[in-house]
Design a binder for this molecule. Sequence first.
Ligand code: ZN
Length: 387
Amino acid sequence: MNELELWGADFFYSGMGLPQEDVGMVVSGSSVGGTVVTTGKLEELRRIYPHALEKPTVSVIAPVPANAHTHLDMSTIPFKRDSYTPWIGYVVQNREQRTLESAKVGLELLGQVIPSSRPIFGDIVFNPEVMRFLLTQVEARGVAYWEVFAPNPADADRVFNETVAQMREFKALERPEKIRLGLSPHTAHTVSGELLRRLVHWAKAEGVPLQIHLGESPAEWQLFQSGTGPLAEMMERISGATLTEILGVEPSSELTPVGQLARLGVLEARPTLIHMVHVSETDVQQIARAGCVVVTCPRSNAALECGRFDWSLFARYGIEIGLGTDSVASGESLNILDELEFAKNLYGDGLSMRSLVRAAVKGSYRALGLEVPRVRRGEVAGNVRVW
Ligand SMILES: [Zn+2]
């Protein structure tokens, strides 16, 4: 008979309900190679399995967490603190670094976070070589979202046709149970309203998952509300179009980033929304009704002076919240456990460890359209993480 090990944790999360305290699991064989015999209250497990070798109590036992938002191909662009608009300029300056080599560095970093299990992530892909590599070579699960950036509505027809052709080529490369193909119109102000509407309707009809950056910076909020500020100026300069032309509607105090998506019918496709720092309560109600999952990247938001995601507001409306690191260039690492630790300190007593663990597991898997794994009898213990 295999030897039994008893693992106790401050927080135990099975993948269902809320994480519980003082619960543990009994594993036969080694914790990596064995299987879960049972889970339950620690005291009870000690009584039923007196011969099990008890391991030192760990902080969390849970399914392997997922990183719901990355930019792997930015892994060689050094981390930089700056406010959002100049930081975007910094990334544009370094865009020739967004290569396959850089994405491979990112994959290496992801692999180090949780050794012995394949990474689970949602990646924004800018370079076709990287997309082909992720879809054909990489042993991982999640979604690789093809990024579209085209603010001038004069380009809408051409970019729509090119994107659909490109997506068809990629789609043929998808392998079952590996990385799926998704689409990411970058944001509601860097893709013209006309193009955004058409791309999202196409993706919805094809069943292609979507991620959109939204409500990230104060400058974005200002762009929609008044058409002024550094980001508004930058968008008009680089697109050669006015903001009213880009958005297809005049900026006004009635218009928010979420409102722009609602107006274009984008929310009906239930995109996963990234950041969501700058929102009104009405926006949050709309997101809840649409059933969108949101993903927060607290370190990136802090580094780019974007503000703090209002976790309790979203939780109050029952919205599923996932966790992502964003890129190395804004989030400093691709380690989802670093992100969780940062969030724990950022919110302090305002956010329970239970909610955080649930977000890193259930919220992030749901953001990627993946089934949430469980810690339960018969499960391979290697799919269970001890933090
Ligand atoms: Zn991002």
